[in-house]
Design a protein around this ligand. Sequence first.
Ligand code: SAM
Length: 323
Amino acid sequence: MNHDSDRPRHVPVLLRRADEILGPALESGGVLVDATLGLGGHAEHFLRTYPAIHLIGLDRDTEALRLAGERLEPFADRITLVHTRYDGLPGALRQAGLPERGSVRAVLMDLGVSSMQLDEAERGFAYSVDAPLDMRMDPTADLTAADVLNTYSHGDLARILKTYGEERFAGRIASEILRRRAQRPFTTSAQLVELLYDAIPAATRRTGGHPAKRTFQALRIEVNRELESLEAAVPAALAALEVGGRIVVMSYQSLEDKVVKQIFAQASASRTPLDLPVELPGMGPEFAILTRGAEKASETEIEENPRAAPVRMRAAERIQAAG
Ligand SMILES: C[S@@+](CC[C@H](N)C(=O)[O-])C[C@H]1O[C@@H](n2cnc3c(N)ncnc32)[C@H](O)[C@@H]1O
C-alpha cells in the first residue's frame, strides 16, 4: 500500500533542535507563544509533548490561522489563536488576559513565508509561475506588489531593491519599471520576470542566481513591512519572557538574521557602565545567548526538507528580570 498521502507535506524546520532549546522551559507548563503559527507544525509538536502548556498562536495570514485551527482542534482548550502581525504580540497577550511583561515561558518565531503561501501560486510569492503580483501574507491588507511597482517613485523603488534585495542593478531595474508601467501597469509576475531578464546582464546570472530572486524578496519585504515588524516584535517577545524563559528565532534571509543578532547582542550585554571595573548588582545582562553564532540545519535535514537550507537559528534565555 502506498502511504505517501499519509505523510505530512510540510515538515517543521529544526523541530528537534527547537524542542531541545525550548523544552526545558516548558516541562512544568506555562505559556508558549508561537508568533508565526503557519500550518501549526511546530505548535502541534509542543502541545503534544508538553501537556501542561497553553499556546498563544499568532499569524497575519487568516488562511493559515484557519488551517492551523483545524489541525490543533484536539487541543482547542489549550490554545488561543490571534490574527495579528507578530509585533502585535503585547496586544495578543493582553487579549489572553496576560501582562505584556514577564508572563511567557517560551517564544518561537519561524519567520518568512509558509510552504502553503509558496504553494498557492495565485498569492504571487513564487517567480517560477505566472500569477497576480500580490505577495500579501495578510490577504486583508491593502498594499500589493503590483501597487508598489505601479505607484512608487524611482528613488523608492531603487532603495527597496538595493536594501531589501541587495540588488546590484537596482537603479537600472527601477528605471525600466517606470518606463514599462507608463505603457502598461504591472499586473502579473511574468511581466516583472521578463523585465528582470532584460535589465540584468546575462553575464552576471551565473553568479547571482535567478534574476528575479532578489527583486521578489525585496517586494515581499516591502509589501509585508517584514523588517519593521521584526524590529518591533523581537524586543516585545524578549520583554514578555519570564526569568528562565527562552526564545528561538529562525530566519531565512540575512537581513532578518542581522536584526535578530543585533537585538540579542544588546539584550545579552552588561548594563553596568563601561568605566566601572565590576558588574553592579542587578546590572548584569538580562539574557544569555544559547546558540553559538547562527545555527544551521544539518545536511540530512536539508536533504529531506530543502526549505531548511537557508535557515539561521538563534536562541536566548532570560537570566534576569527586566530592570
Ligand atoms: C515559515 S511559516 C511558519 C510555519 C510553522 N512554524 C509550522 O510549523 O507550520 C511562517 C508564518 O509566519 C507568518 N508571518 C510572517 N510574517 C509575519 C508577521 N510579521 N506577523 C505575523 N505572522 C507572520 C506567515 O504568514 C507564515 O504563516
